[in-house]
Ligand binder design. Structure first.
Ligand code: ZN
Length: 702
């Protein structure tokens, strides 16, 4: 591992942060980022760093202080305020206490913060406080774990890292570990660092570059040894190509996602669903296909802070009948049931002995290892699943290296349980309350128009994962780029022409590959055309028929197949129109084809009810859009309609506003809210229509 410390970059940090935060915190921020940017050292909020300095209180007195990484901050992107300041002398006195519960420890940390609003410091904060050095770096480096997680780990660490380090047997992070670390240090203060078995590495120094250099040096020594010693690489018994694996995954994912969803006994929100993200690549496939794959990989996590993301064990799913869907489902159901049963046994074994009443966590696996497919990573949203995937990638690689140079040994079951059921750890994950559609995936057609983009925005704002689909092109790309700035990985662009059956199937498959399945389909793509019956060109009529009728049919057919495979119900919302109920003169092609699509959706509500799929319609009056997202439909028909009524654009908008009872301008947001009403299953309703038209008595479905 390369030492990336640069004096010139360090000075830039001092220039940038020195005045407001002081040189110590400026350098702490720089060195923490260097560590955080190295995925082989820490992943996603793992690891923690600190610096001891002073704090000027309101009396102008200089007080000894420690600044420790606070929870909720990631070292890779940490800002100076990411290290919370605490009264050092008070924390150090705690070393003399013989026992301190987690709750009491957190209370001590919170009551000794200098900033009452600061986030709670890491559960390893006392460990930092008890050590005397100014700068402390704590990581969960892959290479160090690849030495410690073995039956002969203690000897191996001594052999590879020598006298420069102190070795400490595993202790649950918190007060006891902090004291043990301080005691061990006192016996060997000349050491460069400390190895926490099956947990990670600690280094220290009087300056930031000293401590950072010690981390890099020790990790490099471990890496060099591993490189030489890893001679018995696991050999695959067969080779699965990533293309084949991906194809299998597309078929299997909805079934798997359906089986993982946890029933809630609430018909309006019947499942707690998960989002899936696959890890498919040749090295992973070869590892899973190897003789020892199961033995090596079906094992506890590398370090404790992975546990709340990954559960104590992955699920190993082999011998699957990929070509027989019914058999495949049976196999998955049986494997998940067995996993849940084993989890339950594990839980009961330790929960009974626990001194406090625990709240049992769900028994669903978070990493599913499938030979011939890859690793499937499970989370409550894509961010969560992405973290699990990164952890899985590092875990699989590290375990493979260990197997190639010895054998793997993770934490004992008791230690796993203590860490999994630790309130403090879960505080890390609890964060904000879940949004209503956080665990859901939607596919929206015609996403680039005013109504389509409005629906996408509303769904995204409510936590949903949204596949924006439309004809391929720049418009679709820029829509996704615009939304991804605000909503991150929860938006993808999927080019999809609804008139092409194969394209619809491929579009669904792409969404399934990205997130595991789909829960909400919004059929919004549509075309309009202005012509009297006397002047109607058959070709123009057919063009509308293709998109409005056949397009809707393709979407409904594919949705039906998907929802049946996934087996956890679903919702379909068709964006209909007030014209279905109150057609307009010279609007025959539009009114008739939309009426056909409306009728198809009603049929879908009849056919799919037994699968708990609700199909409903939203019938808006004309929506004009805004400067950014023009209504495509209006671009096409606006000028004709204006001419037909002898009005300009402004006048036409006013005309539409004034003709409804409420004299309201209808916006995409209004339509989107009606979609949300159905998407969040507010009422047990299917086959119904909500008019969004300000009140047009002749267009009100009765
Ligand atoms: Zn740690």
């Amino acid at each position: 591992m390369k030492n990336r410390w640069s004096e010139s970059e360090a000075s830039e940090y001092i220039v940038r942060f020195g005045d407001a935060w002081g040189e110590d915190l400026a350098l702490r921020t720089y060195a923490s980022r260097l560590i955080g940017e190295e995925a082989a050292l820490v992943l996603h909020g793992g690891g923690n760093t600190s610096v001891k300095s002073t704090f000027t209180n309101v009396f102008g007195e200089q007080q000894p202080a420690i600044f420790v990484k606070a929870s909720g901050h990631d070292l890779a992107s940490i800002e100076p305020e990411g290290h919370a300041g605490l009264a050092l002398s008070d924390l150090r006195r705690l070393r003399s206490v013989s026992e301190l519960s987690d709750a009491a420890m957190v209370n001590e940390l919170r009551t000794h913060l200098f900033d009452a609003d600061a986030a709670t410091p890491s559960i390893e904060a006392l460990l930092h406080a008890f050590l005397p050095q100014k700068f402390i770096d704590h990581t969960h480096a892959d290479a160090i774990l690849a030495l410690t997680n073995r039956p002969d780990g203690v000897q191996l660490v001594a052999e590879v890292l020598g006298d420069d380090v102190i070795v400490l047997e595993y202790i649950l992070p918190g007060f006891d570990l902090a004291r043990a670390v301080a005691d061990a240090f006192d016996k060997k203060p000349e050491a460069k660092g400390m190895i926490l078995m099956k947990h990670g590495l600690l280094t220290w120094g009087e300056t930031a570059p000293q401590s950072y250099a010690a981390t890099i040096e020790l990790v490099s020594r471990a890496e060099a040894w591993l490189k030489k010693a890893a001679t018995k690489a696991l050999q695959p018994k067969q080779t699965t190509s990533p293309e084949l694996a991906r194809q299998r995954y597309r078929n299997l994912a909805p079934i798997l996602r359906g089986c993982l969803a946890i029933p809630t006994q609430n018909a309006d929100a019947p499942y707690r669903r998960f989002i899936l993200q696959p890890l498919i690549g040749q090295p992973v496939l070869d590892l899973l296909d190897s003789d020892q794959g199961r033995e090596v990989l079906l094992s506890p996590p590398l370090t404790t802070d992975h546990l709340i993301r990954t559960k104590p064990l992955p699920l190993w799913l082999d011998g699957l009948q990929f070509d027989d869907v019914d058999r495949l489902r049976e196999q998955i159901v049986a494997a998940i049931a067995e996993y849940a049963e084993q989890y339950d046994t594990y839980y009961r074994r330790y929960a009974e002995a626990a001194d406090e009443k625990l709240e049992r966590l769900d028994a669903m696996p978070r990493t599913i290892l499938i030979p011939g497919v890859g690793a499937v990573c499970v989370g409550r949203d894509i961010k969560d699943a992405g973290i699990v995937r990164d952890i899985a990638a590092h875990t699989l690689a590290a375990k493979a290296i260990i197997a190639a140079s010895g054998s793997y040994e993770g934490l004992s079951e008791k230690h796993l349980f203590d860490m999994e059921y630790r309130g403090l750890q879960h505080a890390k994950l609890a964060a904000a309350a879940e949004k209503p559609l956080q665990r859901s995936v939607a596919l929206v057609t015609g996403a680039c128009g005013a109504i389509g983009s409005g629906i996408c925005r509303e769904l995204l704002a409510n936590g949903c994962h949204v596949a924006a689909t439309d004809l391929p092109g720049d418009q679709l790309e820029s829509l996704a780029a615009e939304f991804s700035q605000e909503f991150g990985g929860r938006i993808i662009a999927v080019p999809l022409d609804v008139t092409d059956e194969a394209a619809v199937e491929e579009g669904f498959a792409q969404v399934i590959e990205a997130w595991g399945g789909i829960d909400l389909i919004v059929i919004n793509a549509g075309l309009a055309h202005v012509s009297s019956l006397a002047d109607m060109q058959t070709a123009a009529f057919r063009k509308l028929e293709k998109v409005n009728v056949e397009g809707t049919l393709h979407m409904l057919s594919e949705s039906a197949r998907h929802f049946k495979a996934q087996g956890t119900g679903g919702d379909i919302v068709l964006i209909s129109t007030k014209n279905v109920f109150a057609p307009g003169a010279k609007f025959g092609a539009y009114s008739a084809t939309k009426a056909a699509s409306h009728q198809l959706a009603r049929i879908a509500s009849l056919e799919l009810a037994e699968f708990d799929v609700r199909v409903n319609m939203v019938a808006p009056d004309g929506v004009f859009g805004d400067a950014k997202h023009k209504s495509g439909l209006w671009a096409e028909v606006g000028p004709d309609r204006m001419r037909a009524r002898g009005l300009d654009e402004q006048g036409l908008e006013e005309y539409y506003r004034d003709r409804n009872l409420l004299r309201q301008r209808i916006t995409a947001e209004h339509v989107a809210r009606a979609v949300m009403f159905f998407a969040t299953r507010q009422t047990p309703t299917t086959g119904a229509t909500i008019p969004v038209d300000g009140g047009l008595p002749d267009a009100t479905p009765r």
